[in-house]
Design a protein around this ligand. Structure first.
Ligand code: PMP
Length: 445
């Protein structure tokens, strides 16, 4: 029923609405749609129609988030290589439960949009302890890292604006850029992260100057690569040249378990108004808390606060206090140390299992942090479409995220992301064994 000819063209591709719920079907001869190229009409099950924003054609939904609900309904013994999240045993649940019981007076009212003063103070102290200068005028508490990304793109992107992203990159990062109708330029990465040297030519070919560069410089999701210092410096120069904002998405930076710290953009250029850094407690504490923060120039922060006011007024006040109290008790450093040990062990187990059990059937990354390995199928397996492999793998009791989820261009059909965060080393070995069985079955088709 959809009419692809009338779907808006963005970045050379015709797009239809995918994702959750019923499809929105733009129709050429629809009496409600006055301008068929500019209107998107939702046809409900009842037959009723509603004209929606064109940007709904870009709300593709995230395979990763859909797999959270999908996996919830699956057999319990599934090896969960899909999600980038710590599991319950690595979350200080007992501490949180105790802190929830703390005197609650005044914690259930609306809070300041920029964040609870107690959390801002604890956060600033935490960052200072780790050698980062943290001016409270540059901090803004957000509802998870995702809201930080949403605000960042909202401040920077008008429809049709060019945004440079790494390819592959975090599904919801592209999703957010597209929700503001960005034109996304997917730039290649190698072992040192985004190939910054290639950008001038790639950008020149678009005929546009980028408004933003969206990068995950530390332990990139999904590839696990880290952007080298030289490339960070070069990217800052390009941002100068283009007056482009660098949206620095850094959920994993605090968890480095191997190798040397690479200075962040804000360390290389303190007070640069073009750097918006988006961070979160989701990976070091718990994703369900939905507590993150932004670090940005005071002038931008004022706009970000205005944007957040029109989104959710403030981040959950009780949750902010749980995190503030947890930080005040001083347990975070010890907790992060433990996570580093556990994740190093799990990463090593996964790399070893992949090398031993999948040998020359895949190439794998070997990251120094983050939660993920990026596997690329080789040889006879290279023709397998990892989206088709997914249901087979699920039947064999292992879940991963197929490569195409990390791009808007349909690339990476021969790749998959596997997370080592959620499973013990024993389960990791079992998961890789199941993946091999699934590959064998898929290859025989
Ligand atoms: N950016 C990246 C690269 C991520 O991997 C994630 C979480 N998967 C986020 C942002 C979002 O973090 P949060 O869960 O705090 O919204």
């Amino acid at each position: 029923e959809s009419d692809p000819a009338s779907a808006p063209r963005i970045d050379g591709r015709r797009t239809g609405v995918r994702g959750h719920g019923r499809p929105c079907t733009p129709r050429r001869r629809d009496p409600i749609a006055l301008d068929p190229r500019r209107s998107t009409v939702l046809t409900a099950a009842s037959g009723q129609r509603a004209r929606l924003a064109d940007r709904t054609t870009q709300l593709n939904g995230s395979v990763i988030d859909s797999s959270t609900s999908l996996l919830a309904s699956q057999r319990h013994d599934i090896v969960r290589f899909a999600m980038g999240a710590p599991n319950a045993e690595l979350i200080p649940e007992a501490d949180f439960a105790r802190l929830f019981q703390a005197p609650a007076a005044g914690r259930f009212d609306y809070g300041a949009t920029e964040g609870e003063p107690e959390l801002l103070a604890q956060l600033a102290a935490y960052l200072e302890r780790h050698g980062e200068h943290a001016d409270p005028d540059r901090l803004l508490i957000t509802t998870g890292g995702m809201q930080g990304l949403d605000i960042a793109f909202k401040l920077v992107v008008d429809p049709g604006d060019l945004v440079v992203v790494e390819s592959p990159t975090y599904t919801n990062g592209i999703g957010t850029a597209l929700s503001y109708q960005a034109r996304v330029l997917e730039a290649p990465i190698d072992a040192d992260g985004l190939v910054v040297e290639a950008l001038p030519e790639l950008v020149a070919r678009t005929g546009q100057v980028p408004k933003a560069i969206y990068t995950i410089p530390n332990f990139q999701n999904p590839s696990g690569t880290t952007l080298s210092e030289a490339r960070r410096r070069r990217l800052l120069e390009l941002a100068d040249e283009w007056n482009a904002v660098i949206i620095d998405d850094d959920p994993y930076g605090a968890l480095r378990f191997d190798g040397e710290h690479v200075p962040g953009f804000a360390e290389l250029r303190p007070d640069d108004a073009r750097i918006i850094r988006v961070r979160t407690f989701s990976k070091v504490l718990a994703p369900g808390l939905r507590i993150g923060w932004m670090q940005l120039a005071p002038e931008l922060r004022r706009l970000a606060i205005n944007a957040k006011q029109a989104m959710d007024t403030c981040t959950s006040v009780p949750m902010q206090h749980v995190v503030a109290d947890y930080l005040a008790e001083g347990d975070l450093d010890a907790h992060v140390e433990r996570l580093r040990r556990v994740y190093r062990e799990r990463k090593e187990a996964l790399v070893r299992a992949v090398r031993e059990l999948l040998g020359d059937r895949v190439t794998t990354t070997d990251p120094q942090d983050g939660f993920f390995l990026w596997l690329t199928l080789l040889g006879e397996d290279a023709v397998i479409d990892t989206e088709e492999l997914f249901p087979t793998a699920l039947r064999h009791g292992v879940a991963f995220i197929p490569g195409p989820a990390f791009s808007n261009s349909g690339a990476f059909r021969d790749a998959l992301r596997v997370s080592f965060a959620t499973s013990t080393p024993e389960r990791i070995v079992e998961g890789v064994r199941r993946l091999r069985t699934a590959l064998d079955e898929q290859r025989a088709r």
